[in-house]
Structure formats: structure tokens, C-alpha cells
Design a binder for this molecule. Structure first.
Ligand code: G1P
Length: 293
């Protein structure tokens, strides 16, 4: 149950303007968010996770050459008719599952790649004055209860701001936003500092943010300053750090296996994990893997 003073999280931002250079040439004309993990594109995995968590409004921060993302969630009458004529009811169910309910998809654009903080700021008007989620489609978490659902449960208990976190090897702190921990209660960690991509020797911990956030709208006040940070980009982590001490801020050690699908190896690993648990082809994938031993 949501406490009376905790406003519900109804909206989610999906930053999808990135170029996907690590997957070239596959992403030369196709958005990286359309790369499939098992039977559905990355963007659909995270859409379903948000929908399952009770999100009502889906905000894509998009850019040039990304039209395919909105097409993917459209009603496709010709395709449905063809499948119906062929008696492929299971496929009809699958494509209906990827339809966005009318009036629930909102699009805004990030004209220049100025950083994640800037991408989020581009959605300010669509969020208004309420808490919201951010989901980075590169990050997938494989677990029965979706990562965002776990976070919303934590949010309903603690309020304020929540980021999804996991422990990483110290050598990798320069790839993530890293927490400075105030109090570590196992699943829930209260945060006193946040640093974007610190060198291993400077990192205040090895607890890193993965791409799920629940934030209060005050973060926009800090994003609007357009201050640049690590990599000379406008960093979400830096704006979040300015909320510390003013609002509750927690990290949630979520349950489930995390895949960085923005890296080629993470992408392959996710494909293996998701296809191994697929009812139709899981056994076949297992047998296939055995042949490569
Ligand atoms: C972004 C954030 C970083 C976070 C990461 C999670 O970095 O800036 O704080 O840890 O996502 O995937 P990016 O991967 O876009 O460089």
C-alpha cells in the first residue's frame, strides 16, 4: 500500500536517443533498442517491465533515425489479418502484447547527444510535478518480479528517490555511477554521495547504479543548470547528488541477474539466458550449447 504522503509513480522515461556505436554496423540504420533479446526487442522488454510495475505513461526521449521504435508499438491491422487467416493465434497474442494502449505513448526529442542528464531534462514538461521512473533499455534484469516492481515496492516503503544498484568489481567503477554509502542494510542502502564513473582508486564503494531510477521532480531544477561532468556530458548522477541531504535517497540491491545489453558480450549473455528459459526453444538452445563445449 502506498502511504498517503507518498505520491505514486505513474510515468516512466525511456532515453532512446543514443547512437549504439558499439553495435555497428548492425545499428547503422536500425536503433540499438530494436536489437532482439530472444523473441522481442530490448525496448519491448523494458516496456513490459514498466507496464507490469503499473506505469501508465511511457515517455520516449528519441532522436534522429529512431522512428522504428514508435512503429513497433503500433497496431498492425494487415499483419493481424494475415495471421488470423493463417490461424496463428499464438502470434496474434504476441504482437498484441507489444501494442501501446491509446494515449499512453509520449515522444520528445533530444536534438544533440549532450548526456543522460540532458536526455532526462528533455522530458521535464511531460513529467510535470510528480515522481517518475527512468529505465535505460540497455540494462535488462532477468527475474520473475521485474526490477521496477521491486523498486516501486521499496519506494512505497521509503519514499524519496531510489536507484537500482549492484556490486561490481573495483576495476569497473569507471563505467558506472557509484554510491557513497551512509548505511548498508543489505537490500536497502542509504546514500550520502554519488559519483559518476570514478577511477577505481577514487571510488567511494563498488556499489554501482544500473539503469533504473525512481526520482522526485526536484531533480529537474538541478538538471536545468546544464552543468557538465564526467566525459564533458550533462550527467544525471551529478543532478541526483544535489538532492542528497534534502530528500531520502536509497539504493536497492535488486533481485535477479543483470545484463548490460549495451556491450556485445552482455547482449549475447542476455540472449542465452532469455532463450534458455523460453518454453519453445529453451531445450534446443541447451542442446546447441552442448555442441559448442
Ligand atoms: C549511465 C549512467 C551511470 C549508470 C549507467 C547504468 O551511464 O550515467 O551512472 O551507472 O548508465 O547503465 P552510461 O552507461 O550511459 O555511460
Amino acid at each position: 500500500m502506498t502511504q498517503n504522503n507518498i505520491k505514486p509513480v505513474r510515468k516512466a522515461i525511456f532515453p532512446v536517443a543514443g547512437l549504439g556505436t558499439r553495435f555497428l554496423p548492425a545499428t547503422k540504420a536500425m536503433p540499438k533498442e530494436m536489437l532482439p533479446i530472444n523473441d522481442r526487442p530490448l525496448i519491448q522488454h523494458v516496456f513490459e517491465e514498466a507496464r507490469d510495475a503499473g506505469i501508465e505513461e511511457f515517455i520516449f526521449v528519441t532522436g534522429r533515425h529512431k522512428n522504428m521504435l514508435e512503429e513497433h508499438f503500433d497496431y498492425q491491422p494487415e499483419l493481424e489479418q494475415t495471421l488470423q487467416a493463417r490461424g496463428k493465434d499464438n502470434m496474434i497474442a504476441k504482437i498484441r502484447n507489444s501494442e501501446m494502449p491509446a494515449g499512453k505513448l509520449f515522444l520528445t526529442r533530444q536534438p544533440k547527444p549532450l548526456g543522460l542528464g540532458h536526455a532526462v531534462w528533455c522530458a521535464q514538461k511531460l513529467i510535470g510535478d510528480e515522481p517518475f521512473a527512468i529505465i535505460l533499455p540497455d540494462d535488462l534484469v532477468n527475474y520473475e518480479e521485474g526490477c521496477l516492481t521491486q523498486m516501486i515496492n521499496a519506494y512505497n516503503e521509503h519514499g524519496g528517490n531510489i536507484v537500482a544498484v549492484k556490486d561490481v568489481p573495483r576495476a569497473e567503477t569507471n563505467k558506472y555511477g557509484i554510491l557513497d554509502i551512509n548505511k548498508d542494510d543489505g537490500d536497502i542502502v542509504s546514500i550520502k554521495g554519488l559519483v559518476e564513473k570514478p577511477n577505481p582508486e577514487d571510488a567511494p564503494s563498488t556499489l554501482s547504479i544500473i539503469g533504473r531510477y525512481i526520482l522526485q521532480p526536484e531533480v529537474f531544477d538541478h538538471l536545468a543548470a546544464f552543468e557538465t561532468g564526467a566525459g564533458n556530458e550533462i550527467q544525471l548522477t551529478d543532478a541526483m547528488a544535489k538532492l542528497l541531504g534534502k530528500q531520502a535517497f536509497h539504493g536497492l540491491r535488486f533481485k535477479g541477474e543483470h545484463f548490460d545489453c549495451g556491450s556485445r558480450l552482455g547482449f549475447i549473455a542476455a540472449n542465452l539466458a532469455y532463450s534458455l528459459k523460453d518454453e519453445e526453444i529453451g531445450g534446443g538452445v541447451k542442446a546447441l550449447l552442448d555442441t559448442y563445449k
